[in-house]
Design a protein around this ligand. Structure first.
Ligand code: HEM
Length: 444
């Protein structure tokens, strides 16, 4: 189960490279890797049963990592992405109705409006124009999120401010860095940069204004169907609502967790398809035969099986959240390995999805792995949305939105990468394409 990686890691960490490019081969083939340098024990876990223990059976012993929480707490307060224990359990239950299928169906027209506006802008461009597809996708997914959160488009003044403030918070956030982890002290969280704290305060101030406006309009008798409303209406078993501060926490989580991740997944999907013309053709044949000239509707999401397979395969090869991190809150064992209290635990969808024991030809793009006849991936081997009770609440929102964007943009335009040979992954808050994805756009 164990591998000594000291020499490889020393070289790797010494050069301070992008982690995803240089993870040693052992990380893709071993079950559990104990990183034998630094003052804090770190374990990289690829072993499906141990992953299940960490996220399901023994999850209370493995709370979210102190480093992740301290980075995001100034912005997210005690939002569900970072909270733990009873607080998390209580809040997650309160938020569950927000993500019910019926509500998503009611929110779908708002997603459509954002996507239609984007398509209109693209149609106005002369054929052959070069656009940077990654930032285009970030903007359209932010627009979708803003409309489903607050029933406002991103080009409104308030929404633009929030979008820009989140963008700069994300650019300044420290990325997952093994050197910082190895040197960290769980009892002394790292102080956050003053710049980041200021940005977090600004974003929270903007969200507060949006909530206050909403409460005022509700008092005047207006009605809304969106996530902000779901958070305002949420009640616990005793009939208590969220306090204003807690509403800000949860809405900040939805915006942060919801737009860059989906933009990342879509960027990689468009890129992978541009390199796989046969799959683009299958996808377009499916769209033509199911949709014809009609617009993509909510019910189409479940009907388009090739779209689903392609998106799942893209999430396997390029999971937007590349590293899930936890802290061991007590002494434990992984098989024969002793895991001391406060060890830092890394479960990486990036590694697990490319692991040779779990996936045949793991580096090959093959959406047919996910066709209806294929056997389902074993638990703990496919984790783009996490696993267990803390898995992503927005998985269906993301898949619905991605299918809508892929279908509507994919059947109208070709996006031809200008320099496909230069495309490399880089871990920001999500796994993005280093330097963006310039493409030539041609109407079909
Ligand atoms: C392709 C897009 C997305 C991906 C890949 C993704 C991935 C994830 C992952 C891996 C986690 C678990 C993190 C962990 O266990 O440490 C998570 C949590 C979460 N996600 Fe997503 N997400 C996506 C889109 C969304 C959207 C659209 C929303 C909201 C509208 C959302 C809301 C959340 C929330 C609230 C949590 C925290 C759940 C909890 O701890 O109870 N996500 N997401």
């Amino acid at each position: 189960m164990r591998s000594n990686l000291a020499i490889g890691l020393r070289i790797l960490l010494g050069r301070a490279p992008e982690l995803l490019h240089t993870l040693p081969r052992d990380c893709y083939t071993k079950d559990i890797i104990s990183v034998p340098i630094g003052r804090r024990p770190v374990f990289i876990v690829n072993h499906p049963e141990t992953i299940r223990r960490i996220f399901v059976e023994d999850r209370e012993a493995y709370p979210k990592s102190d480093l992740m929480v301290s980075t995001l707490a100034p912005l997210l307060g005690e939002g569900v992405l970072v909270s733990g224990g009873e607080r998390w359990e209580h809040d997650r239950k309160m938020l569950e109705p927000a993500f019910m299928q019926m509500r998503l169906q009611a929110l779908f027209p708002k997603m459509r409006e954002a996507v239609d506006d984007w398509l209109c802008r693209l149609h106005a461009l002369p054929s052959g124009t070069v656009i940077e597809l990654e930032s285009e996708l970030s903007r359209v997914t932010a627009d979708v999120m803003f409309r489903v959160l607050f029933s406002q488009a991103i080009n409104g003044e308030d929404a633009s401010k929030v979008f820009n403030a989140f963008g700069s918070f994300q650019r300044h956030s420290p990325q997952f860095d093994l050197r910082v982890v190895l040197d960290s002290d769980p009892l002394r969280p790292l102080p956050q940069a003053a710049e980041l704290q200021l940005e977090a305060r600004q974003i929270r101030g903007l969200l507060e204004q949006l909530i206050d406006q909403r409460l005022m309009r509700l008092a005047q008798g207006e009605h809304f169907i969106d996530f902000a409303q779901a958070v305002i209406d949420a009640r616990d078993a005793d009939g208590h609502a969220f306090k204003r501060e807690q509403m800000i926490d949860q809405l900040a989580v939805f915006f942060l967790a919801g737009h860059e991740t989906t933009a990342s997944a879509l960027g990689w999907t468009f890129f992978l398809l541009s390199q796989q013309p046969a799959w683009w053709q299958r996808l377009r044949e499916e769209m033509d035969s199911h949709l014809g000239e009609a617009a993509f509707e909510f019910a189409d999401f479940k009907r388009l099986s090739v779209v689903r397979q392609v998106f799942r395969e893209s999430l396997r090869l390029y999971p937007p959240v590349a590293f899930l991190t936890r802290r061991a809150s007590r002494d434990d064992r992984f098989g024969k390995l002793r895991v001391p209290k406060d060890s830092f635990i890394v479960v990486s969808p990036w590694l697990v999805h490319r692991h040779h024991a779990h996936w045949p030809h793991p580096d090959r793009f093959d959406p047919s792995r996910f066709d209806e006849e294929a056997s389902l991936p074993g638990t703990g081997t496919y984790l783009p949305f996490g696993l267990g009770p803390r898995a992503c609440t927005g998985a269906m929102v993301a898949q619905l939105e991605a299918s809508l964007i892929l279908c509507e943009a994919g059947r109208r335009f070709d996006f031809v990468p200008v320099a496909p040979e230069k495309v490399q992954p880089v871990t920001h808050v999500s796994v993005r394409i280093e330097g963006g994805l310039p493409v030539k756009i041609h109407a079909r």
